[in-house]
Design a protein around this ligand. Structure first.
Ligand code: PLP
Length: 443
């Protein structure tokens, strides 16, 4: 790791020059501090859950509209059964080949295009993106990584270093090491290009990659969320990823897809980037949905990418993809497939988006409704022309929704977007309850 990362100062995280902060940065930090203090002042103490519902210690029932980790819903009986059965059989992890783990690795590989034949198991999304970055560095023998602004990839050293969104990571911009290079986010809130126009960022990203190569530092890879989670569910425009991946590969680098947030069903596909956008990466990081709430992550790649890393040191995680995690992951994939949850994401998500758009015609505070499947964003603005973010209003809306039994969360660098990502089992009746509550609160 040190060897491929080059500059030891960068490896131990000595702050490098801050990347171009935009002029609102200082204000964003203030806004975040205020909102977090406000929003988290009195959170409910949740004790149990089922499907898309949660129950607090006083027996109050809530509708959970933000829990994308519990992909198949809280306490799904098949997942509970699979995990319990495996606990009775075996739960340990070492260099032997345990059946639950190898079966699950095969199952994961089968959800990806041909050629993805190597699976590394870890415990979380941060570990997955961190390992994906190290694999790219090891496979290419290069230290530099390109990341997109306003993205979030995790909290471990390498995943934090490439995280540019300050929504979940206030330190991100002050700790960026020299091996991280950023390109403008497609569709960013204050970006030059939005909507379909956002694809115009692709040549700018390609120019950054070409420039790095021309300066003698061709990047090891580029990490991208195929769909921006922390911006509240913003899809990369068609064509963006294919252009940028091509530029990375032209210079011998690798394309890393961070599918932690949306992989495995949330957008109505296993993987949005491959299936909707036709952009196949070299390394894929997954977590969240696949574990159904359990600590589980994975990195999937091709053997030739993995081999260089393995020859530098055996990869081993004591609990990553343990037999119990693997049995749970297997049950989660079965449930998503057999209970038609990708279809549910498309149908219920489509219904929800249409209802929210209708609400936008009635309430001026709603600036945009964006996203796809069961990952939608509602952005609140004070003025539809200037897009002045309605940050304090968004926090108040979340509080009022909570009083009405809906658990919701603000997101985005201005915390003015509702990030709507309920468990994939959510019913149309439940999303109607949410929209009616939001209508009431806005009125
Ligand atoms: N990548 C993305 C896109 C995420 O949204 C997250 C978490 O929010 C992570 C990585 C990190 O995952 P974890 O919280 O499991 O470490």
């Amino acid at each position: 790791w040190r060897e491929v990362a080059g500059d030891p100062g960068a490896v131990i995280g000595v702050p490098a020059a801050a990347p171009t902060p935009d002029d609102l940065l200082d204000r964003r930090h203030e806004v975040l501090a205020e909102v977090q203090e406000h929003y988290y002042a009195a959170p409910p103490r949740i004790e149990r859950g089922w499907r898309e519902h949660l129950v607090d210690v006083d027996g109050r029932v809530y509708l959970d509209m933000v829990n994308n980790v519990a992909s198949v819903g809280h306490a799904h009986p098949r997942v509970v059964e699979a995990g319990s059965r495996q606990m009775h059989l075996l739960n340990t992890n070492s260099r032997f080949h345990y059946r639950a783990i190898t079966d699950f690795a095969d199952r994961i590989a089968a959800t990806l295009p041909d050629g993805f034949d190597t699976v590394f198991f870890v415990n979380s999304g941060s570990e997955a993106t961190d390992l994906a970055i190290r694999l790219a560095m090891a496979a290419t023998g290069r230290p530099d990584i390109v990341a997109m602004r306003e993205a979030y990839h995790g909290w471990t050293y390498a995943s934090d270093a490439v995280s540019t969104s300050i929504a979940d990571n206030p330190n991100a911009l002050s700790t960026r090491p020299a091996w991280v290079h950023t390109v403008d986010a497609a569709n960013s809130y204050r970006g030059k290009y939005r909507g379909a126009d956002a694809v115009k960022y692709a040549p700018e990203a390609v120019a950054v990659i070409d420039e790095l190569a021309a300066s003698g530092r061709p990047p090891a890879g580029m990490i991208a969320e195929t769909y921006f989670g922390n911006a509240g569910g913003v899809a990369l425009p068609d064509g963006y990823l294919t252009e940028v991946y091509a530029a990375i590969r032209r210079h011998g680098g690798l394309a890393i897809a961070d599918e932690v947030q949306v992989g495995y069903g949330r957008l109505g596909e296993w993987f949005w980037g491959f299936e909707q956008q036709g952009a196949v990466p070299d390394i894929v990081a997954v977590a969240k949905s696949i574990g159904g709430g359990h600590p589980l992550g994975a990195v999937i790649t091709r053997r030739e990418v993995a081999d260089r890393y393995r020859t530098q040191g055996y990869f081993f995680s004591s609990t990553g993809g343990s037999p119990v995690s693997s049995a749970i992951g297997m049950a989660v994939l079965d449930v998503i497939e057999q209970e038609g949850l990708q279809e549910n994401a498309r149908v219920v998500g489509g219904h929800l988006k249409r209802r929210l758009e209708k609400l936008g015609e009635k309430h001026d505070l709603i600036g945009t409704v964006h996203g796809s499947g069961l990952y939608l964003g509602v952005e609140f603005v004070r003025d539809r022309e200037t897009l002045e973010p309605a940050t304090a209003e968004t926090a108040a809306i979340c509080d009022r929704l909570l009083e009405r039994g809906v658990i919701m969360q603000p997101t985005g660098d201005f915390q003015n977007v509702l990030k709507i990502k309920p468990p994939l089992v959510v019913t149309q009746a439940s999303v109607d309850v949410f929209v009616d509550a939001l209508d009431h609160v806005l009125t």
